[in-house]
Design a protein around this ligand. Structure first.
Ligand SMILES: C[S@@+](CC[C@H](N)C(=O)[O-])C[C@H]1O[C@@H](n2cnc3c(N)ncnc32)[C@H](O)[C@@H]1O
Length: 349
């Protein structure tokens, strides 16, 4: 695999055909200024230090410290607002227009990250709640078991969002109910942390399912994915496995030296075969404007079908006959119904 450990200064080659995976054992703020030109990264996924005294994290998480890599670098809480502004300013600068950023944050210093984002041109797309099964043990209050994921994009062009990369528009959800695509795109994600007994790890390793989801929706193969706080290099490992190029920073020498060995063993694209293939059957006329004659035909046909079938069945038949999606047919019928009857929905059927 083409990768480079970068301790020396040098420019990143930004021509896609020549991109290599590059990792820097440096502070990400200075490192970005030095190595990354403006508008050079397609996607940033990052999980900054939390500013909550990292050395006690293991107590919260009730785990064996001998397997945790020594050298997690924390940021003192009083420096957190300024630190957040500085790295987020760099993230904004290096993102390409239309590029996306996902920031994972606990609630303690979330306000500083939100304030820093407000000082940029980055646009909020979603505030995702990630619910996991590794809650801090408490007696006198509710158990904390969520993180925030702030999904923003850089304005300038349409952002990459691969709507059907995991589930097709007609696939059914859990227990054959609802739409699998809709459920996968709800903004509460229930993804468990991974237990890796006996393995060396970073203090806050993100689960591969979480990273895979963000990378699939917000990038394409060969895109450059950056993590400003690599930790265990989890973002980089999944990105490389999904045939993206990876880059980023980790300030801790211990963590960096251990993970750079691990990552050199990976094969580009090795995770692609494990991805679920969505069933994508896009209606043949999707996106084509409605012609007045076609609208008349749909209404005429609907009025005839509704004498024999339920509304749901009639709409399904119409989607097949007219090569349109369910949503598009329903919206049209509601609109025409409103014009004629002055009531909003086809509820009388
Ligand atoms: C929350 S952890 C990241 C965990 C990572 N997402 C994973 O899955 O393993 C934050 C990491 O940022 C590193 N770090 C702290 N300050 C940094 C800085 N200024 N530049 C780069 N890395 C830094 C810490 O040493 C720590 O490994």
């Amino acid at each position: 695999m083409a990768f480079r450990k970068c301790n020396r200064k040098g420019d990143i080659i930004m021509n896609k055909a020549h991109l290599v995976n590059r990792f820097f054992n440096e502070d990400c703020i200075g490192g970005c200024k030095e190595h990354f030109p403006d508008n050079s990264v397609d996607l940033i996924i990052t999980d900054p230090p939390y500013g909550i005294n990292g050395d006690t994290l293991h107590k919260h998480y009730n785990r064996k410290e001998e397997y945790v890599i020594d050298g997690y670098v924390e940021i003192p809480q009083k420096e957190y607002p300024n630190f957040s502004k500085e790295w987020i300013k760099q993230a904004e600068r290096i993102l390409k227009p239309g590029g996306s950023i996902y920031i994972v944050s606990g609630y303690t210093n979330l306000i500083d990250i939100l304030n820093a984002l407000r000082e940029t041109s980055l646009k909020e797309i979603n505030h995702i709640i990630w619910k996991y099964n590794f809650g801090v043990y408490t007696k006198q209050k509710f158990v904390s078991s969520h993180y925030h994921i702030l999904f923003y994009t850089k304005p300038g062009t349409k952002h990459t969002f691969n709507t059907f990369c995991r589930f097709g528009p007609a696939e059914k959800g859990d227990n054959e109910k609802g739409s699998a695509n809709y459920q996968d795109r709800e903004d509460v994600w229930i993804i468990n942390r991974e237990y890796k007994p006996g393995e060396i790890k970073n203090k806050n390793e993100l689960p591969s399912k979480l990273l895979t989801k963000m990378i699939q929706y917000s990038s394409n193969e060969e895109d450059l994915v950056c993590d400003l706080f690599l930790g265990s290099f989890s973002t980089a490992k999944i990105a490389i496995g999904l045939n993206r190029k990876a880059t980023g920073f980790e300030i801790s020498k211990n963590a960096f030296d251990h993970q750079i060995q691990e990552i050199s063993k990976l094969r580009e694209g090795s995770l692609l075969k494990s991805l679920r293939q969505p069933i994508v059957d896009i209606p043949r006329n999707e996106g084509r404007p409605w012609e007045p004659t076609e609208i008349q035909k749909v209404i005429y046909r609907f009025n005839s079908l509704i004498t024999q079938f339920s509304k749901k069945e009639a709409i399904k038949i119409l989607t097949e006959e007219f090569g349109r999606g369910t949503w598009s047919i329903t919206k049209l019928l509601n609109k025409e119904h409103y014009k004629t009857n002055g009531t909003k929905h086809l509820s009388n059927y």
